[in-house]
Design a protein around this ligand. Structure first.
Ligand SMILES: Cc1ncc(COP(=O)(O)O)c(C=O)c1O
Length: 307
């Protein structure tokens, strides 16, 4: 994929030497938690988008899974910056992961030590045609129900949750679509396999509440904050499947996928199949901010690598 250094428990090790034992607890039982963060090129050098918020979410995920991180929030933020600095890429995706290591097998993770690793790589296109500002992704509603708070703590970004996501995504890809939308057990729209969802009906922006089972996405929160700033009316409420078909615009948000317009869902065209007006406006504001060109938000949300 790439060659560089990966931070593991305080050391920057060579990419090819960043190995774990085959009996690592998290590998067998899904007891890892992770983050996805992005670093962007700006006029003042590289900057990480909402780093403290991502690290806080990692800390929260660890709390839920009884993981003793052994690093403070500041230490983890510094470790992210050190890892970016140790790798010579201008823009990158950042993957911190905390996991129960090798020690004692069995479902109980607690006897095992928690390790932390941080890897970075160039990841321009997570969803097909992501770099084309006009193109709309093709989605399908998955036959798999999204896991929810009855079985998993959805505020933890846990590796285990992604088995459910992977099933939905593979189902969509094999059926010729770009991504899957998942419904909860009440039939309400939750999110995509690794993105939150927004629809636009009339001039109103709508996204499902966290009680639907959706991840408390940092890009979702950024879009809602931007919408508020630009006086784009929005509602956080349950969305029915058929409302997706009747949406004037539809887009996904996520750190990897960024703001991704959707052109089709279950073979129904959304608008003219390309990015809609409100989607374009929000996407462009988001891009302006992450690239450090919006004084107010960039100051609030960017952590510069060389400071
Ligand atoms: C299931 C799921 N929903 C939503 C998101 C979007 O969250 P964020 O914007 O914080 O990347 C992600 C990505 O992390 C995800 O995996």
């Amino acid at each position: 994929m790439t060659v560089g250094r990966i931070w593991i428990d305080g050391s920057l090790v060579k990419w090819d030497e960043a190995r774990i034992h085959i009996l690592t607890h998290s590998l067998h039982y899904g007891t890892g938690v992770f983050e996805g963060i992005r670093c962007y090129k700006t006029m003042n050098g590289r900057a990480v988008f909402r780093l403290p918020d991502h690290i806080q979410r990692l800390i929260n995920s660890c709390k839920i899974y009884f993981m003793d991180l052994r690093y403070s929030k500041t230490q983890l933020q510094d470790a992210v910056i050190d890892t970016i600095s140790a790798n010579g890429i201008e823009e990158c995706y950042i993957r911190p992961i905390a996991y129960y290591g090798y020690g004692k097998m069995g479902v109980n993770p607690l006897p095992n030590k928690v390790s932390v690793a941080i890897a970075v790589w160039k990841w321009d296109e997570y969803l097909k045609n992501q770099t084309d500002p006009e193109s709309g992704a093709r989605l399908m509603v998955s036959a798999w129900t999204r896991i929810d708070a009855m079985s998993m703590p959805m505020h933890a970004k846990a590796t285990a949750n992604y088995a459910n996501s992977a099933l939905a995504r593979v189902e969509a890809l094999k059926a010729g679509f770009d991504e899957a939308i998942m419904l909860n057990r009440n039939g309400m729209v939750v999110e995509a396999s690794a993105e939150n969802i927004f629809i636009v009906r009339g001039n109103l922006l709508i996204t499902p509440p966290l009680t639907s089972g959706a991840l408390d996405g940092i890009t979702r929160d950024s879009i809602l904050t931007i919408a508020k700033e630009y006086k784009i009316p929005y509602e956080i409420r349950d969305i029915l499947r058929d409302e997706l078909y009747l949406a004037d615009e539809l887009f996904l948000t996520g750190t990897a996928a960024e703001v991704r317009p959707v052109g089709e869902i279950d073979n129904r065209l959304i608008g003219d199949g390309k990015a809609g007006v409100i989607t374009k406006r929000l996407k462009s504001s988001f891009e302006t901010i992450v690239h450090g060109k919006d004084k107010k938000f960039s100051k609030r949300w960017l952590t510069y690598v060389n400071q």
